[in-house]
Design a protein around this ligand. Sequence first.
Ligand code: CP
Length: 312
Amino acid sequence: MKHYTSIHDIDDMPNWIEEAKVLKANPLKHVELGRNKTIGLLFFNSSLRTRLSTQKAALNLGMNPIVMNVSGDAWGIEFGDGTVMNGTTAEHIKEAAAVVSQYCDIIAVRAFPTLTDKAKDESEQVLKSFVKYASVPIVNMESATGHPLQGLTDALTISEHAQVSKPKVVLSWAPHTKALPHAVANSFVQAMQKMDVEFVIANPEGYDLNPEITGDTPIFHHQKEAFKDADFVYTKNWSSYESYGKVISKDSDWMITKDKIGKAKFLHCLPVRRNVVVEDAVLDSESSLVIQQANNRTYAAQLVLKKLLENL
Ligand code: CP
């Protein structure tokens, strides 16, 4: 594996999950693997979990992490080809990526979508420009359309907590105050499609995800029907894909409640807005796995970095 930009970079999900469990049991076993290697974490957007867990994963492998909030602290980067740079951007990605590649053995990038320009978002301009112009491996820490470190984490968490050989997993949309990206939901769908689970999606009309990603996965427009016999309810808000980036519903009837999920375990990538997306009674109960899930971010990232280091 040269880069980790998508769930499709995972060649064998069950194997990766087992490898992540082994790493989790002994996180410092490979502390010499990354000795004297540097990872640069470049954030165009905010983060708590991704920022800290990826640093922690790098430290567990003996790497030196360096972190930059690109949007706030770096020169404005130009991604367009042939642009006359007489506007707000001061440095082209061709130079920026080449320069950072000299300081870092691996570069990880977070860059969210515009949610206004579907074609631009789907082109993954920022992530793909780093892949094109950097000379070192690139890790996707959440791009316009995917969050594969989160998707691997979620697969690991479900595997750890499954009580039956083929659990039923539901991805449910829930309301939110703002327009949010599709990245987490997309990568979760792709991760579940690589697992031996009964997987369905529940979202209101107008909120179907990109059909090229959902494929044959059943989509329900009624939560109750989808939640029947669920072992896991994974919740996330996303803006409309069809009416791209728009909030077309804030229907609080879609909020996750204890009554709705019954005995199912609850997952969410965090951060989560309490009593908008999910009620306190769920998050504060034994049903919630969100803290364990966030802990697994370290081991998912560590597995990815280990594989990239082994291939340097
Ligand atoms: N789940 C997740 O990616 O969290 P952060 O946005 O805090 O990194």
